[in-house]
Design a protein around this ligand. Structure first.
Ligand code: TRP
Length: 455
């Protein structure tokens, strides 16, 4: 039985639009910027394998939970949790899951917008032909010059935040639906093209075994946690972003099939990014683990610099990466904007601007930690490193844990069964995964990290 609520924010025009928007949210810097350097820092193949296990066993059941809660509640995460908890006779405090999601979303935006700013800066650098013939030394210097310059970073960060606020203020349906339907396929094609180029380089075979032959001696104490965090981050889970998008999904869309489609698209883009980047590194004799957050910005330009029309391709690539980041950041700002619209008398425009200003100010912290404040550390991390670590590795898994627990333990069977529309066996599989496997995985991994932390 559907709950017969409607969203005040409107609805996607079709199930495909939801898939595109959710894939637009999922596919972003996480796939193309973060996945390669995190994989490199964690030794390659074994990390990739653990990551894939996390996507399927933890990511899928939680994504289904988020969408089903969102569609049933049809409001922003805080209000959806409140509405559903009340309807199911549960504690009001479940709304705190939504509150935590808002905070986490801000933390993520604080570093996301900075890196998205790099993609804008790189569009300009590509267009001006800076990469032509550049070797590893030169591309390293180009990157260092950017991040050590607070004024430049500030300009790009501000522009990107304005772009994000602009689209969110118009409502997700207008503009965004159109944009993602062209941009996501284009990004896919360009990635395939880059992989094609990488296949011709001498490092391709090394890269293949680096990515797909697990070497478990490379696994460190935190590897599993990092893989789990990356799975949440890449699928946009744990803060109610997908829940918010689910609130705009029509009642007849099939949630599990939709989830699998989004998951496959998202994972393919991450793996393709790895197959585009690592061969180039091995070909040029570069050590993957030394790249850090600047990895793709230092590596891909080397390849572009060697190709015919490399500058044009580089420009297209960074433009698409920027669009991928843009469609993702929308889903970071939308939940809190929707909440403000529901809660206050704010117009959508005013709500989006208010949220954007908060995210912009937090972003200044990560921006300065790359240069002027690079010596200042929290728990041995810079501000940038700290917000990234805390939000991705801790807060997303914890948020996802509560979402799964609420959906699978505290919602009535009739409600979740009606939303998921699975056969009895498949429904049972979801329930076991969301009740036991995903929560146990998150708890064990977090405990292990805690004990490591305590020494
Ligand atoms: N999934 C996006 C990426 O891979 C980032 C992102 C967008 C996100 N919205 C989110 C991460 C919500 C966690 C929660 O780049």
């Amino acid at each position: 039985m559907p709950a017969n609520r409607t969203s005040v924010h409107g609805q996607w025009s079709s199930r495909w639009m939801f898939i595109l928007a959710a894939t637009g949210s999922a596919v972003g810097l996480g796939n193309i910027w973060r996945f390669p350097y995190i994989t490199a820092e964690n030794g390659g193949g074994a990390f990739v394998l653990i990551y894939l296990v996390c996507i399927v066993l933890v990511g899928f059941p939680i994504m289904m939970s988020e969408i089903l809660l969102g569609r049933r509640g049809r409001r922003s995460p805080i209000h959806t949790m409140e509405t559903l908890a009340k309807e199911e006779g549960r504690s009001r405090h479940w709304r705190l899951v939504g509150v935590m999601g808002v905070f986490t979303g801000f933390f993520i935006l604080a570093f996301y917008s900075i890196v998205a700013g790099w993609t804008l800066a790189y569009m300009v650098r590509a267009a001006s032909g800076m990469f032509a013939g550049a070797g590893a030394q030169e591309t390293g210097e180009i990157f260092a010059a950017l991040v050590s310059d607070p004024e430049r970073l500030l300009a790009w960060h501000t522009i990107f935040m304005i772009m994000t606020v602009f689209v969110v203020s118009r409502g997700v349906k207008q503009g965004l639906e159109q944009a993602v339907s062209y941009l996501m396929p284009a990004l896919f094609l360009l990635l395939l093209f880059l992989v094609g180029y990488s296949m011709t380089t001498s490092g391709f075979a090394t890269a293949l075994s680096y990515l797909f032959r697990p070497d478990f001696s490379q696994i460190g104490p935190s590897t599993v946690l990092v893989a789990l965090g990356q799975a949440f981050f890449s699928l946009s889970l744990g803060i109610g972003a997908v829940m918010t998008y689910g609130a705009y999904l029509s009642d007849n869309a099939h949630i599990p099939r939709t989830t699998v489609t989004i998951g496959i698209l998202d994972t393919s883009v991450a793996l393709l990014a790895g197959l585009a980047i690592f061969p180039i590194m091995f070909t040029f004799g570069l050590q993957p683990e030394e790249g850090g957050p600047g990895l793709i910005f230092k590596i891909l330009p080397i390849a572009f610099g060697q190709m015919a029309y490399g500058n044009v391709l580089a420009f297209i690539f960074f433009t698409l990466l920027m669009f991928a980041a843009w469609t993702s950041s929308l889903s970071l700002l939308e939940p809190v904007t929707a909440w403000l619209v529901e809660k206050t008398s704010y117009s959508r425009m005013r709500a989006a601007i208010s949220a954007g200003v908060v995210a912009w100010v937090l972003g200044l912290g990560s921006l300065l930690s790359l240069n002027l404040w690079s010596e200042a550390t929290l728990f041995g991390m810079t501000f940038f490193g700290f917000v990234e670590y805390l939000s991705v590795n801790i807060m997303l898994p914890v948020g996802g844990l509560f979402i799964a627990v609420f959906a699978a333990w505290f919602m009535s069977r009739s409600a979740t069964f009606a939303e998921l529309r699975l056969g009895n066996k498949a429904y049972l599989a979801w329930k076991v995964a969301a009740r036991f496997i995903a929560p146990a995985g998150v708890i064990l991994i977090l405990l292990q990290e805690l004990f490591g932390f305590l020494g």
